[in-house]
Design a protein around this ligand. Structure first.
Ligand code: CA
Length: 226
């Protein structure tokens, strides 16, 4: 069971999410605006954050950026279908995924389970993977480049692990979405492109000329011949 922070100014929705999560046995902290959310992140170090995009004052996007300055905690953003927004902006700001309102509680819970199952400690013992200067240790969820630790978000880690565990294969965006989030619902393939770009910025010597994560035009991504 996990400690989860729910950030939503609409009290009914926040309470509904809280009730579902508590029914699953999680400890839930609730914030109703950005400053409240930032304070609770520092106070409780949640293992997962559900963050509404539309908040009074500091919006969810800004809150997400602020959290990412110091924390790698998985963040799932809530967005309204009616909003004329580019949801990729949320991923750019460091969110791992988003759920579109109105959502079925079962959908949100399945995504939460996917995150917690993978990010939890004490899971399977898996071997250390390597590609060129990069090593990935699934146990402590640690990635190093030439021995130096590189801090990755939940999605970045999952994506890199999927690619490195089958390095000869070309992984389609669909395959990678499924590897990160499971098979439960439609996902936006652009999410993969955003996470890959972030990975390149963190791992590649020259991000504009990637050697580690190579684009295979029209097909997806694979690990380069490093
Ligand atoms: Ca809201």
């Amino acid at each position: 069971m996990a400690t989860i922070l729910v950030v939503e100014d609409e009290v009914d929705i926040g309470n509904l999410i809280r009730a579902h999560l508590e029914a699953d046995g999680h400890t839930v902290h609730q914030a109703f605006d950005g400053p409240g959310a930032l304070a609770l992140v520092e106070a409780h170090s949640p293992q997962l954050i559900i963050l509404d995009w539309m908040l009074p004052g500091l919006d969810g996007l800004a809150v997400c950026r602020r959290i990412r300055e110091a924390h790698l905690v998985p963040i799932i953003m809530l967005t309204a279908r009616a909003e004329e927004i580019d949801r990729v902006l949320g991923l750019e700001a460091g969110a791992d995924d988003y759920v579109v309102k109105p959502f079925r509680p079962a959908e949100l819970r399945s995504r939460i389970r996917a995150v917690l199952r993978r990010s939890g400690t004490g899971g399977r013992v898996e071997s250390v993977l390597s590609a060129g200067p990069i090593t990935l240790d699934p146990g402590p969820r640690e990635v190093r480049r030439d021995g130096e630790t590189i801090a990755l978000t939940f999605s970045e880690f999952e994506l890199l692990q999927s690619l490195m565990s089958d390095p000869k294969r070309v992984h389609s965006r669909h395959d990678l979405l499924r590897a990160i989030w499971g098979d439960s619902a439609y996902r936006d393939p652009r999410a993969i492109d955003v996470h890959v770009r972030h990975l390149r910025e963190k791992l590649e010597a020259v991000p504009e000329d990637p050697q580690l994560i190579v684009t295979v035009r029209g097909a997806g991504y694979r690990i380069g011949e490093t």
